[in-house]
Write a protein that binds this ligand. Structure first.
Ligand code: PLP
Length: 244
């Protein structure tokens, strides 16, 4: 990251490493904390709830980002647990987060996830709706709306997508730009990423059968409308907490 920042002429420390610890046991997080890492990303509310609270008691400056699809019925748990929710991508979820924040008395930082490649299988607001959605979320959440997040299409050159994301953040005056993963974080930093979400390159392959670049998309498909209501808490990913 330091080298990529230097190459981009950016100041040292101007991008934050979000260490993606999904599927890895709490011991892996402990090891990273011992090395000085403080910011972590998790895909699932339930898995994070099982792993992080004991650590948070001991490591007060630990920061937790939600980077995987969020169902409205878990919004309150997410608002309690996470410092940043990177996956705000639809009006119903916005409503649920706003209601939960009122109840809980805590509003995390929020990033709007943009489906920058307009891929049908991916979560995120459609690019054609992004400007309008960002405006309404800014009106609603004010400065808590910190920025935008994306997962560009898996194949091909991510740079045009990174550039579009940077332009979007800049057009809306948003400071945070979350993009770049193990395979492309240097390029994302070159295009202005303030947060890179890196899992495999830090922790190794995930000890789970889920496809490594499923990047939350495996849960995304079902999270809009339909399953927001019907999915029983705790049943959506039985394997996810096995190591916690
Ligand atoms: C899993 C995941 C990552 C990390 O991916 P790696 O390729 O392991 O670095 C980043 N972002 C999101 C949204 C993810 O779900």
């Amino acid at each position: 990251m330091d080298a990529a920042l230097r190459a981009a002429g950016r100041p040292a420390g101007s991008a934050t490493l979000v260490a993606v610890s999904k599927f890895h046991p709490a011991a892996a997080v402990e090891a990273a904390v011992a090395l000085g890492q403080r910011c972590f990303g998790e895909n699932r509310v339930q898995e994070a709830a099982a792993k992080f609270p004991p650590l948070r008691d001991r490591v007060p400056d630990l920061r937790l980002h939600l980077i995987g699809a969020l169902q409205t019925n878990k919004a309150e748990d997410a608002v309690r647990l996470f410092d940043t929710i990177e996956v705000l991508d639809r009006a119903r979820l916005s409503d649920a987060i706003a209601r939960a924040a009122d109840r809980v008395g805590r509003l995390p930082a929020l990033l709007v996830q943009v489906n920058i490649g307009d891929e049908p299988q991916k979560a995120g607001i459609a690019t054609a709706e992004a400007d309008r959605f960002l405006r309404t979320q800014k009106e609603r959440f004010g400065d808590a709306l910190r920025g935008v997040m994306c997962i560009p299409p898996a194949d091909g050159d991510p740079i045009p997508f990174f550039r579009r994301m940077a332009a979007l953040a800049s057009a809306h005056g948003l400071p945070d730009l979350s993009m770049g993963m193990s395979d492309d974080f240097e390029r994302a930093i070159g295009e202005g990423a303030t947060h890179v979400r890196v899992g495999t390159a830090l922790f190794g392959a995930r000890p789970d059968t889920a496809s490594p670049s499923d990047t939350g998309t495996g849960t995304d498909a079902g999270t809009d409308a339909g399953t927001d209501i019907g999915t029983g808490a705790g049943l959506d990913h039985p394997g996810a907490v096995a190591g916690a």
